[in-house]
Design a protein around this ligand. Structure first.
Ligand code: CTP
Ligand code: MG
Length: 180
């Protein structure tokens, strides 16, 4: 029961987890805010680029296609009926994750936090909020059938743990400037 919930929560969030990590690898180039400021501070900052956002989103959507392909095998192997991803759901999860992260940077700049500054809880859950909101918007039927209350609860607990772990690894590998 708990294993089933954790398996489904992890599986359905994979297209939302991966975009941020791809953005770290693909980032660079023109910032989304084009250098614009608001109240003397950057709108978003140099850490949110068009390239990182686009490649991250495409990467998440591509991963969902791969998951759709292996879904029958995985479901059979672990004995849990993990769901497939309709395209609208895949786009919602991946784009939503990126937009949640962008939204958090907007809030970080407004609250005086410099690029790369830690913002505990927000850093760990911004993309979850974005992914769930966009998935609900783009694929409402799929969203309601997939993100039951227990699944959402597991996602909210599991995600910060995975986020801290993967960013710590990316930092140790020298891929990220900060371990969060
Ligand atoms: N990145 C990007 N585009 C995004 C998100 C991330 O290009 N939409 C890249 C940037 O190179 C960024 C790195 O991934 O520096 C790490 O992402 P993140 O930690 O989200 O950004 P920060 O640089 O820490 O900036 P912020 O304080 O605004 O979160
Ligand atoms: Mg950061």
């Amino acid at each position: 029961m708990v294993f089933d919930l954790v398996a489904v929560a992890f599986w359905v969030m994979l297209p939302a987890y991966v975009p941020n990590n791809i953005a770290v690898l693909a980032g660079g180039g023109a910032p989304i805010d084009g250098g614009r400021t608001m109240g003397g501070r950057r709108l978003l900052g140099d850490g949110k680029t068009w390239r990182g956002t686009a490649v991250g989103t495409l990467g998440g959507v591509a991963l969902a296609q791969l998951l759709n392909y292996v879904e029958p095998v995985v479901a059979d192997a672990i004995g849990v009926p993990v769901p497939a991803f309709p395209l609208a759901a895949a786009v919602g999860l991946a784009l939503g994750a990126m937009l949640g992260d962008v939204g958090a940077s907007f809030v970080k700049r407004r609250t005086g936090r410099k690029r790369g500054a830690a913002f505990p809880v927000v850093d760990q859950l911004d993309f979850v909020v974005g992914a769930l909101a966009c998935a609900a918007l783009f694929a409402p039927g799929w969203f309601l059938a997939t993100f039951t209350l227990p699944v959402v609860a597991v996602v909210v607990v599991l995600t910060p743990v995975l986020h801290v772990a993967t960013n710590g690894i990316a930092y140790v590998l020298g891929l990220k400037d900060e371990p969060y």
